[in-house]
Design a protein around this ligand. Sequence first.
Ligand code: PEP
Ligand code: MG
Length: 322
Amino acid sequence: MKQEWAKLKDEPTFSEDGEQVELAANIGTPDDVEGVLANGGEGIGLYRTEFLYMGKSQLPTEEEQFTAYKSVLEQMEGKPVVVRTLDIGGDKELNYLDLPEELNPFLGFRAIRFCLENENVFRPQLRALLRASVYGNLKIMFPMIATLEEFRKAKAILMDEKESLLKEGFEVSNDIEVGIMVEIPSTAVIAKQFAKEVDFFSIGTNDLIQYTMAADRMNEQVSYLYQPYNPAILNLIHTVIEAAHSEDKWVGMCGEMAGDSIAIPILLGLGLDEFSMSATSILPARTQLRKLSKEKMVAYKDKILSMGTAEEVVEFIKEKTE
Ligand code: PEP
Ligand code: MG
């Protein structure tokens, strides 16, 4: 680890002009937490729970899940932990669930769409999360939300399980924030309406880019369209952040873009509150942010958002941050 980075391990994250942001990590298993803490992570911005379900011959039990969630929360000692409910489908398959073959799996029966139709899978996960909530600072996040109805349904099931658990005598935290991933353009466009009902957003740029640009994130031939700095993407991100802040809600980003050194200055200027990335990107990002002026980046915002191409954006950012 570079010396300059290592010194910042236990430091909070500030821009040059003293504006604070949070640098969190994306994880897949409880074993990943050690690396997050070793790299100065201030939280977990995305716990991809799919790994609990993958590489097995049957669904994980409520108890197995409870143990995993509790372990992550305890290891993080009160720092925020955003756990994403099951996001299978698309690039993430589960053999034992016998999901139908689809022509367009990325546009198909996945994530929250699957969970809302398969409560026998969804409810045990929610129960495990609710039971684990008393061991730390848990935030629950639903993936692939396309409509407000989906969010309302998912939240109603969560509340229903909370009530059942309390009746059964379990303890459940009263401070669990419930948010959504913004990774479908329909949700980004009406983020203002969502912001009235959710506690937070986390922008999933890996999918948001593929759905906005209509370019499969796994297809090499269209990878030239996979453009994080395309002004269309930046305008959507801007819409989401403005909407959230107008309702006093926070916004994170847990797609790859959050740890990208060209994107970081832009996202700082757009007002992103939490950046979630792979653990090893945290200290380089903290080092970079300490040298950036948020005020300056905010001043460039309108110019960047009105640009025509990703190339122009990149050129501008390189020139201004050299
Ligand atoms: C995303 O879509 O940006 C994201 C973080 O989720 P995943 O990569 O797991 O689809
Ligand atoms: Mg996604």
